[in-house]
Design a protein around this ligand. Structure first.
Ligand SMILES: Nc1ncnc2c1ncn2[C@@H]1O[C@H](COP(=O)(O)OP(=O)(O)O)[C@@H](O)[C@H]1O
Ligand SMILES: [Mg+2]
Length: 223
């Protein structure tokens, strides 16, 4: 067991007097498969943003591997985690899928190696977007754009994955493949946090089930 996040007395609001979280205390393990569930508007996306270091104006403390996340620059946090946002287009910075993945590679691997092209092709093939890899993003459907973000995960296997609502826009066949990747990660001791309003489908592989209720996040584990 390796604690990735230690959250103490976390409170957060976007606007004064309208808290999203009040006094949350919990730990998230690097090795575990964690599901974050809660009703629409309960704060799943907000919590992902906080863990990714994008929202710093919270109260309380969050330690990421023993250092205060508030003081950690986003690029340092991104060496440890990859965060795929709920809104498909917000994960894409380039004009087409292939270019976008190459930016992920250059940004996070820094050193070039000969497998870059191969890794990228493999990720695009897995998400079944290889045939549209050079097509402009503005011509793609939202489901296809969603897959670009998910394919970036495959290029970052060693990081902790935070994925906000991965199921929306995925068809059944691709969902099965996606679950098989998550299962494999679990066996390898690599952790994932999935924020989803459909937590049941992840139940068979869930180690840590977090539920947002009444502005608090509770671990509802059977053990
Ligand atoms: N940028 C923002 N500014 C103000 N309020 C926000 C912002 N983003 C989200 N909220 C509000 O915070 C609450 C939690 O939203 P969100 O984290 O997106 O929930 P979920 O992902 O569970 O649907 C909602 O009431 C939402 O309207
Ligand atoms: Mg959300």
């Amino acid at each position: 067991m390796k604690t990735l996040y230690k959250i103490q007395n976390l409170s957060f609001s976007y606007e004064p007097g309208k808290p999203v979280f009040r006094n949350v205390n919990l730990e998230i393990d690097f090795n575990e498969f964690t599901v974050l569930n809660g009703e629409t508007g309960s704060g799943k996306t907000t919590f992902c943003r906080i863990l990714a270091g994008l929202l710093k104006s919270f109260e309380g403390s969050i330690h990421m591997e023993n250092s205060e996340i508030r003081k950690k620059p986003v690029d340092k946090i991104s060496q440890k985690i990859i965060y795929i946002k709920q809104e498909p287009l917000s994960n894409v910075v380039a004009a087409n899928p292939d270019e976008d993945l190459s930016i992920w590679q250059y940004k996070f691997h820094l050193k070039l190696n000969n497998d870059f092209e191969k890794d990228r092709a493999q990720a695009l093939r897995f998400l079944e977007i290889e045939d549209i890899k050079n097509q402009p993003v503005w011509e793609l459907s939202s489901g296809q754009i969603k897959r670009i973000g998910l394919s970036a995960l495959l290029l970052n296997p060693d990081k902790y994955w935070i994925i906000d609502e991965p199921v929306i826009g995925l068809d059944d066949n691709l969902f099965e493949k996606f679950i098989s990747v998550l299962e494999l990660r679990k066996k390898q001791g690599l952790g994932t946090l999935i924020a989803s309003h459909q937590s049941d489908i992840f139940k068979p592989i869930t180690d840590n089930f977090l539920k947002i209720e009444n502005k608090n996040i509770k671990a509802l584990n059977s053990s």
